[in-house]
Design a protein around this ligand. Structure first.
Ligand SMILES: O=C(CO)[C@@H](O)[C@H](O)COP(=O)(O)O
Length: 215
């Protein structure tokens, strides 16, 4: 199973967004990771549906939309219509997670659940078989460029064990502080989707940076 690389557009140059989208098109990256922040679930506001649509007009690869918002159900269809092929919602933001996951699937998207660093993965035990991926946050959500939380490795191993025991097909996505120094170790622990923002877009050679973590 080859690792999926999903550069996080949050770290792109918004004044040159089309240029940065085309760089990803021409690279070995697999998905665009689109961080949606509402200033309520997380202490930051990023961008929303019109910008996602604009990215989608130029993107030649699937959009993976990470909803860091309260009441995600209200916006699932709008993000699907804006181009999302994968949608993840936060377990901490969903009162009726099973219903939300079913809605994402009914829209024809891959369904993912994102889990904050302090949240136990044991909460996924009764939903893991329904998921296409779990996004393990390796930083506190809200900002790019933060330090990777080392405890994530243990969480990956425990989640991988749960996935295998339950016979789930869910992939493990890691989001936050991913770079060439930890990519191999993350994959060895059981991750198969890597989200990388600052490491890619602040790099002198972003395409080479992507190649280095495409293990
Ligand atoms: O969801 C988030 C932050 O909340 C991430 O997608 C970051 O955007 C990753 O950025 P880097 O840590 O790679 O800079």
């Amino acid at each position: 199973m080859k690792t999926i690389i999903a550069p996080s557009v949050l770290a792109a140059d918004f004044a040159n967004l089309q240029r940065d989208v085309e760089m990803i098109n021409d690279s070995q990256a697999d998905w665009f990771h689109i961080d949606i922040m509402d200033g309520a679930f997380v202490p930051n506001i990023s961008f929303g549906i019109p910008v996602t649509e604009a990215i989608n007009r130029h993107a030649k690869k699937p959009l993976d939309v990470h909803l860091m918002i309260n009441n995600p159900d209200q916006y699932l269809e709008a993000f699907k219509n804006a181009g999302a092929e994968m949608i993840s919602v936060h377990i901490e933001a969903c009162t009726h997670l099973h219903r939300t996951i079913q809605k994402i699937k009914e829209l024809g998207c891959w369904a993912g659940v994102a889990v904050n660093p302090h949240t136990s993965i044991t909460l996924l035990e009764d939903i893991i078989e329904d998921l296409d991926y779990v996004c393990l946050m390796s930083v506190n959500p809200g900002f790019g460029g933060q330090k990777f939380i080392e405890k994530t490795y243990d969480k990956i191993r425990a989640l991988k064990k749960m996935i295998d025991e339950k016979g789930s097909k869910a992939r493990i996505q890691i989001d936050g502080g991913v770079d060439e120094g930890n990519a191999a170790k993350l994959i060895e622990a059981g991750a198969s989707i890597l989200v990388a923002g600052s490491y890619v877009f602040k790099n002198e050679n972003p395409k080479l940076a992507i190649e280095k973590i495409k293990i």
